[in-house]
Ligand binder design. Structure first.
Ligand code: NCD
Length: 349
């Protein structure tokens, strides 16, 4: 049970009750800032909602009026292809009005602070602001000064909650459950917000996570980890042995302030995922990558494009997860739909 003090800003927004066939659940967050603060039941709730929205992509008319009259601002201070596009399409398919602001087109280039930008945007009464920023805590800072719901689309090396949710949805679709799965996360753990959010989510839902990275790319506090369902593997081969799921990470060169690796070639030799290495994993292993991929470095093309790869399924699921997130944080269905099923029955006119 979530108490008011557990919420980031100590405030309840809309308590939103969703009915999926015969199950009724409650979602009572104003913001989605990270996976760390979510209860396992809340994570499952978002995944179940996303599962409902997934099928909208198969319809000839992909738009429903659920969020008509709502305004969503996408505020992206870092490059993005998948995340930004899918938040925009998700909002449009729910009939919200969307506005995209990137760093180069915003007044931060004229010296305005992030918080002043946020206060000015808030003055235009948006319902939701999606933010990606290079500083850890940027989304939390916005949540303190805005009345709009804030969605963290990646804050520095801290968290990227919707990525972890779409990864979990992809895993659940293929494995049925996350419980007791062996999940290897390989690559630049130190600088990866995807790894951080995934570690929180996977361990909360009962998966066993093994991390493999060069020593220099492991957070120092992780070296001493002795949690029941999180371990550091001595090398990539051990991490892969019998793994059910492999999550491959890009080297986040843009966040590296030091020379963490002798060379990319060296990294590819010792940590790149190729077919030979993948043969150690379970026969029905699935391979995920958040994108963008650097082929030939962290992953070989035959694995990225091979039969175990679900990299494009992740992108499709990203849309469903972002629709679910926008829907749940909007706190309801303004156009009379009592639940997701009802919302999806109505085409936009
Ligand atoms: C990730 C990110 O931006 O953190 N990408 C994404 O959102 N799809 C991972 C990365 O950039 O490597």
């Amino acid at each position: 049970m979530i108490s008011e003090s557990d919420l980031p800003n100590g405030r309840f927004f809309n308590v939103h009750t969703t009915r999926f066939s015969n199950i009724t659940m409650t979602f009572s967050r104003q913001h989605l800032l990270g996976i760390r603060e979510l209860e396992p039941a809340e994570i499952t709730h978002i995944l179940d909602a996303a599962e409902n929205f997934r099928h909208l992509a198969d319809r000839p008319i992909k738009k429903v009026p659920t969020l008509r009259g709502r305004t969503v601002i996408n505020l992206f201070f870092e490059p993005s292809t998948r995340t930004r596009t899918s938040f925009e399409i998700a909002a449009k398919r729910l009939s919200a009005d969307t506005i995209n602001i990137s760093a180069s087109s915003s007044s931060v280039t004229k010296g305005e602070t992030l918080l002043d930008t946020a206060r000015n945007l808030q003055a235009m009464s948006p319902d939701l602001i999606v933010i990606r920023h290079s500083s850890a805590g940027a989304a939390h800072a916005l949540a303190r000064v805005c009345q709009a719901g804030i969605i963290n689309a990646g804050d520095g090396a801290h968290e990227h909650p919707t990525q972890a949710l779409l990864d979990a949805l992809t895993i659940r679709q293929h494995k049925g459950t996350l419980e007791n799965l062996r999940v290897a996360i390989i690559g630049d753990i130190l600088h990866s917000r995807v790894a951080r959010s995934n570690i929180h989510l996977l361990t909360k839902l009962g998966a066993h996570v093994r991390l493999a990275a060069p020593r220099t790319l492991l957070p120092p506090q992780f070296a001493a980890i002795a949690e029941r369902n999180l371990e550091i593997a001595p090398n990539i081969e051990d991490a892969l042995t019998d793994a059910d799921v492999v999550i491959v990470l890009r080297i986040q060169s843009e966040r590296q302030t030091d020379a963490f690796l002798p060379s990319m070639r060296e990294y590819a030799v010792h940590f790149g995922l190729n077919k030979k290495r993948l043969a150690r994993a379970a026969r029905d292993v699935i391979v995920l990558h958040p994108g963008p991929m650097n082929r030939g470095i962290e992953i070989s093309s035959d694995v990225a494009d091979g039969t175990h790869s679900l990299i494009l399924d992740q992108v499709a699921n990203g849309l469903a997860v972002r629709m679910a997130t926008l829907y749940l944080l909007s706190g309801g269905t303004p156009h009379g739909a009592a639940n997701i099923g009802d919302a999806l029955l109505r085409d936009s006119t």
